[in-house]
Design a protein around this ligand. Sequence first.
Ligand code: NAD
Length: 519
Amino acid sequence: RSLGLTHRLFSSSPTSSYTNANLPTTTKLYINGEFIESQATTHYDVINPATQEIVTKVPQATPQELQEAVRSAQLAFKEWRRTSVLTRQRKMLDLQYLIRQNMDLLAASIVQEQGKVFSDAQGDVMRGLQVVESLTGIPELMMGNKLEVSKDMDTYSIREPLGVVAGICPFNFPAMIPLWMFPVALAAGNTMLLKPSEKDPGATMILAQLAEEVGIPKGVLNIVHGAHDTVNFLTSDPAIKAVSFVGGDKAGKYIYERSAAHGKRAQCNMGAKNHCIVLPDANKDHAINAIAGAAFGAAGQRCMALSVAVFVGKSQEWIDQLVEQAKKLQVNGGMEPGADLGPMITKQALQRAHQLIESSATQQSASVILDGRSVKVEKYPSGNFLGPTIIDNVTKDMSCYKEEIFGPVLSIVRVDTLDEAIEFINKNPYGNGASIFTRSGAAGRKFQSEIEAGQVGINVPIPVPLPMFSFTGNKGSFLGDANFYGRSGINFYTQLKTVTSLWRKDDAAVAEDSKPSVH
Ligand code: NAD
């Protein structure tokens, strides 16, 4: 069943800041089961990165609206925590069905606001959908342990929800990341305030309506908008027990510290610099295709995008083939047939990528062997496009290496041995993902055990674990201890209660004696 959703999610009567009736609509808040117009005085433009059209305006929710959202979540928690785990399992079964039915609607919203190509946008939804599917196993995920610890004495643990929790999302996966958060929190019995990125809230709004359609009660999920003010509220309000964040380093560190200072648990997934190693014994065509897809797909705006390829010894002879492969990729608007990568999110992000490429091209010893800066996309002349770019002979001190570019830019490092390659990668402060291309099981195993990255790929360029596991970035890419989704995600959103009980066998006789007489 596909829903005719958009009319409820956006207002057609702009707020006082926008008096011209032809201006775009504003995105609504979702508080206590109602899609409501914010009384905000500040709004953020959501700009289609391919066309520069303003798609909608996102309100900075007022303090009063944020208070209302948290109050409604507190009230809703009283009932929601008492729903049976089977009821919550059923909601997840229904939600995954509706997401699947509305996949193209969600993907189209992502293309419009975020810019990625339609097939990538479908993948964005699919990866989030898989989390919801995994939550249909919530009864088993919520199970505790039990042990007879002494004569007549048992200790058992119960997983209980925390209460009201909050989620703060980045722009780059508008469906997947909200789906890493709210279904897990809700299935575990919590209620939530979720803040999508102010750059692309559309997919979250559709998901909120799908949650309503499956009967998630009012107040259990609330969508609040805004930027810093909303983040400050979510990380300090005493009713909020835990904060999930995915985004960049600056915001992540701030949110982690501020949440901790206010006594909340926090999980913060942050930036990355993901490397791969190419050994000369690798399957050449597989490695080259995989690297091109992982470096330039989604315009490099994936936290697990491959941004550094370390070519060992003779594999350096394949770099020309990688350049040829990258040249074949089609840069275009996300809905155009055959498009491989779309625009970057903002003009500022594009400009920053240009500067980082420029710094390596002019001031440093590296060479730009494929330069995407002059790419022209006829149909979208004002889009934020950057073509695939490859910088060769990159060293660890260059700014194009030290900084996360978050665009379709691949740095190439040349070394002589596998040991040198591993040592080079381990010196990087980030630890999200790393992969190796080789036909040698021994080399793959050595890499797996020596590499300091949380998600390791062997002949797999973007090793993001499916949700029966968890997303396990580490080092500078993560703050906290419980990871997103999987068992670890459930641990984050629950606390353990351990009960020790003594039921003396001798007392059973008393129970016998006190049975009511049947005569
Ligand atoms: P961002 O940090 O700019 O924004 C993320 C969220 O934080 C947004 O909701 C935003 O409103 C808020 N925010 C931004 N700056 C803030 C500040 N100074 N104080 C308080 N709140 C602030 O990130 P982004 O540009 O939307 O997303 C891209 C980043 O996210 C990249 O660094 C990417 O690597 C990272 N990311 C990481 C993962 C992961 O799992 N490790 C996944 C996706 C994206």
